[in-house]
Design a protein around this ligand. Structure first.
Ligand code: BES
Ligand code: MN
Ligand code: ZN
Length: 499
């Protein structure tokens, strides 16, 4: 998708479609839709349909007018943004996605979007570009009537109509593109089925991306995992014929801030059958997205390499399948993690925390001073927070504050869950230092408490994205399928440390 900026009057733009936001400026139940353009001719062109009462400006309401009087555009799309007083950059981002999805469905391949509401113009431009790219993603990769992944299904070009000088906004355009293309890169990895996204393929994709953007990347197999004594990771990987992969991506810029080395750890279970504690067949096909945490961290590294914040960042990705087989670990087995701690395996389906345990230890060994992990870790977080908020756990309030600020800037929803010492009781094992699974109550917290044992005293954030990494339904702004959640927040979080 080509993107460009224009400071022309919206009414003078020749385009297949001019998109303008409508906001409801009315009190309570009485809608008072207003057309958000300073250009009188645009408001005039929309006047009749506004006066008719057909337009209420409710969120994502789409009203398409042909041959709008007084405009050079072929069409005018009025896109509802909801209550004016609640409108922010987050809504603007979604509306840009909704514009893409609305127009694409009508075979319109290029349009102009009037920016001007929803934050300062830099943030607004960035958000519109982000939303447009995210909206352009279509998961139907293997439909035989589809020519290719990036082919004729995509929007060709979008023009952002801004007021005043466009020069200072060029970098907003650029940043938005980097972040959104990285988010779509992540979604691309997550969308692939497990037969086409094995740990080895994931490692190859990370390597290829790293060489394109100038990151250092090392990928290792079973030998290294065993040599590092990653008994928890290997315990999961041993059951699969598909070789596991340990992927390390390094970003180490000159002039980086002193004494900070961020570690991003991702759960890369390319398919989770549950292992010997096998999952029911119903819905198991979805477990191809159990590598979303890994894909998120790989995509985040891509964005970082291109945005170049002045802080050292290393990503550690543990990738494996979780399979039942004659070689698979069994309930009751005891594994010794890289840190030396012993784990009694109660449930082989609680595999994510096992591979992350060793991933966290390894990131610490590599010298990371602050850790963030992302994982589709528990069904319990979906019970707690549904599909709306990701779960966020933090070992310190300072880390939480930093991350919460980042989620705000990114327009992503996450909700903090507790890590009180009282929960530690549940980790007790008869035979080993801890069990890997307990009762069903507070399951997301149990998993986080387990991980905390391996983050040890390193400040740490855990993101449980089981409920948010996969959209269950089509939304006006985003297709059903992989969401790319957490990447934008992670990028903001990393930037927040920059020298
Ligand atoms: N990958 C699953 C978690 C999951 C569930 C992700 C639903 C996405 C949607 C994880 O490995 C798992 O199986 N967790 C178990 C843990 C239990 C056995 C303690 C769970 O949540 O049921
Ligand atoms: Mn599992
Ligand atoms: Zn899993």
């Amino acid at each position: 998708m080509k993107t460009n900026l224009s400071s022309a009057a919206p009414s003078q733009l020749e385009t297949d479609c001019l998109v303008v936001i409508t906001l409801d400026k009315g009190e309570k139940d009485k809608p008072a839709p207003s057309v958000e353009s300073a250009d009188n001719a645009v408001r005039e062109a929309a006047k009749d349909v506004i006066v008719s009462g057909e337009v209420t400006a409710k969120p994502f309401e789409a009203t398409l007018l042909h041959h709008p009087a007084g405009l050079k555009a072929k069409r005018l799309l009025l896109l509802g943004g909801g209550k004016a007083k609640n409108f922010s950059t987050a809504e603007l981002r979604k509306l840009a996605g909704a514009a893409v999805r609305t127009l694409k469905a009508k075979n319109i391949r290029s349009f102009a979007f009037v920016a001007g509401v929803g934050g300062n113009s830099f943030d607004a431009v960035r958000a519109i570009v982000e939303g447009a790219f995210v909206g352009d993603f279509d998961p139907g990769y293997y439909k035989s009537d589809r020519k290719d992944k990036d082919g004729d299904q995509k929007i060709d070009a979008i023009t952002l109509v801004v007021e005043g000088d466009t020069k200072p906004l060029e970098s907003a355009l650029q940043d938005g593109r980097i972040i959104a293309e990285s988010q779509n890169f992540t979604r691309d990895l997550v969308n692939e089925p497990s037969n086409l996204m094995t740990p080895t393929i994931l490692a190859d994709r990370a390597k290829k991306m790293a060489s394109e953007v100038g990151l250092a990347c090392e990928t290792y197999g079973a030998d290294k995992i065993k040599a590092l004594k990653m008994g928890a990771f290997w315990g999961v990987a041993q059951g699969s014929d598909e070789p596991p992969a340990l992927i390390v991506l390094r970003y180490d810029p000159v002039g980086a801030v002193d004494k900070v080395h961020l570690g991003l750890v991702g759960k890369g279970v390319t398919f989770d059958t549950g292992g010997i504690s096998i999952k029911p067949a119903d819905g198991m096909e979805k477990m191809k997205y159990d590598m979303a945490g890994a894909a998120t961290m790989i995509g985040t590294m891509r964005a970082i390499a291109l945005l170049k914040p002045k802080v050292k960042v290393t990503a550690v990705i543990c990738a494996t399948e979780n399979m039942p087989s004659g070689k698979a670990q069994k309930p009751g087995d005891v594994q010794i993690a890289m840190s030396g701690k012993s784990i009694e395996i109660i449930n082989t389906d609680a595999e994510g925390r096992l591979i992350l345990a060793d991933g966290l230890s390894y990131a610490r060994e590599l010298g990371c001073t602050h850790l963030v992990d992302a994982a589709t870790l528990t069904g319990a977080v979906v019970v707690a927070l549904g599909y709306v908020n990701a779960g966020i756990f933090a070992s310190t309030d300072e880390m939480y504050e930093r991350f919460a600020k980042a989620t705000q800037e990114a327009g992503e929803k996450m909700w903090r869950l507790p890590l009180d010492d009282e929960y530690k009781e549940n980790l007790k094992s008869n035979i080993a230092d801890m069990v890997n699974a307990g009762s069903r109550w507070g399951g997301a917290i149990f998993a986080a408490m387990f991980l905390k044992e391996f983050a040890e005293d390193t400040p740490w954030i855990h993101l449980d994205i089981a409920g948010t990494a996969w959209m269950e339904d089509n939304k006006p702004w985003i297709a059903k399928g992989p969401s790319g959640i957490a990447l934008r927040s992670l990028v903001e979080f990393v930037k927040g440390w920059s020298a």
